[in-house]
Write a protein that binds this ligand. Sequence first.
Ligand code: BTN
Length: 269
Amino acid sequence: MHISKEKILLNLKSRIFSRQIHLFEEVSSTQDILRSLIVSGSPEGTIVVSETQTQGRGRLDREWVSPDGGLWFSTVLIPPFGPEAAPQITLLAALSIVQAVSDVASIAASIKWPNDIFINGKKAAGIIGEMSSHQVAIKYITLGIGINVNIPLENLPPCATSLSHETQREIPLEELLSSFLNHLDDNYSAFKVSKDLSPFMDSIRKLLLYKGKTVEISTAHGMVQGTILDIHTDGRLIMKIGDESRMLSSGEISRSDTKEGIEHGGIDR
Ligand code: BTN
């Protein structure tokens, strides 16, 4: 399966994400290739896509299985904000994945806070956000996105699913990528004006997995159990723990009643 740049450009309306698109058959990790391109002067919006990765990585340095048939790519944003905007930007990327999956694969996906995409209880996509910052300013954020598109379940880890499995048809990778980039461009442009997630709260709330459910979350300060109430406009998760409400800025959610796959969330620096 070969990803075609012409097919990506066919539906790509975004100007920022059409500046530089680098396609590869195999790389170690699109995150690493992108980082070296940034160092040599590539602009905001540069895209690196690879058909396979030999050292795809997820959060917490976990391995990210990246066989042929998936959409494995990275892009770079230079938001005019401080590091506190980073979790909001990964949530915008999560929203953009859900929108693209709905447009191109006609299937409903949910956001498992802070940056995983689930379909029918299984992980279909993940985002890694890696930030370089200088004092109070973000220098850049590389968003690494993996979407299990046309991959049989036997080639994926047990808690994962793919779009082709869920829809029983092949999904065009190029259309999915350009749809994602068009949505991310719209969402990012609106975010630069609003400076928080307020324009997106209705959509994000509807898509929030486990809202109202009891979960366990492992945080930097230990394990907490509580009920997910909402998301704050700054991207933090609002939980009810005992009689108090608490805001979490990062963590790893697992359902305490089903014990399904534990996933880490947060921004890696
Ligand atoms: C996660 O859920 O832990 C994040 C997974 C991110 C995987 C993508 S695939 C493209 C990019 N390159 C990588 O090495 N990782 C990200």
